[in-house]
Design a protein around this ligand. Structure first.
Ligand code: ADP
Ligand code: MG
Length: 233
């Protein structure tokens, strides 16, 4: 459904990601992993239109994303939950959620609250007063308000306690099954690979490994570099 071909992007004349080929199928969860500074955030920014692509193409359900504005790309069904969540701290949870529903004005709130019932008693509270985990739930719920075909989540677990991360990632399979495929950028490689059906490893701007998540979990390069498992003799 998402088809990225030869995508190169960066900042000004500085290229950060090179020649990336990547796909996400309908209702699929795909992980993108790699060290700090590899270009994961830059790749997501290029896909959501925050940055222009220098070359290459990205298509969502056969419609081009590259060359379009952030608004058009969102309208085509791509939601981006950025690193750091970026809620409006001075607005309530309800207001933050409604900002995600600029196309669908109806009772989407009830639907996203089924996924994250913890947010229900917090609807009238300022988003800035939520815990980190609740903020991440709110950011994901906001992204889901427009019923996107694809949700890209950047560093879901950043700064959150493992038990909270578990609570949030537990919802991703229902989100995907509900029609929103997930492209997950995640430092917690073990969690990401346990959840995803396929994964890509990005290092210094290039995809260096890809395949079924189970194969990558068993790959000695992934184990040594990302899971802290010492090399086997
Ligand atoms: N706004 C920016 N302007 C210039 N360079 C940037 C900017 N943001 C990130 N970079 C550079 O792009 C590279 C990739 O960064 P990033 O995409 O954030 O990596 P990751 O998300 O994998 O940690 C890094 O070398 C970083 O310094
Ligand atoms: Mg990043």
């Amino acid at each position: 459904m998402l088809e990225v071909r030869g995508l190169t992007a960066g900042y000004g004349r500085v290229r950060v990601v090179w020649d990336v080929d990547l796909t996400v199928g309908e209702r699929e969860i795909v992980a993108l992993i790699g060290p700090n500074g590899a270009g994961k955030t830059t790749l997501l920014r290029a896909l959501s239109g925050v940055l222009p692509a220098a070359s290459g193409t990205a298509m969502l359900a056969d419609r081009p994303l590259t060359g379009r504005s952030i608004e058009d790309i969102a309208g085509l069904g791509v939601a981006h939950v950025p690193e750091g969540r970026r809620l409006f701290p001075g607005l309530t949870v309800r207001q933050n959620l409604l900002l995600g529903a600029w196309r669908h004005r109806t009772a989407e709130i009830d639907r996203v609250l089924e996924l994250f019932p913890q947010l229900a008693p917090r609807l009238n509270q300022l988003a800035g007063s939520l815990s980190g985990g609740e903020q991440q739930m709110c950011a994901i719920a906001r992204g889901l308000m427009s019923r996107p075909r694809l949700m890209m989540i950047d560093e879901l677990s950043l700064g959150l306690a493992p038990i909270i991360v578990d609570e949030i990632v537990m919802r991703l399979p229902s989100i995907a099954a509900g029609g929103t495929a997930v492209l997950l950028v995640e430092q917690d490689v073990d969690t990401a690979l346990s959840l995803a059906s396929r994964a890509y490893v990005l290092e210094t701007g290039r995809i260096v490994l890809q395949g079924p998540a189970a194969d990558l979990l068993a790959d000695s390069r992934v184990q040594e570099s990302y899971l802290g498992i010492p090399p086997q003799p």
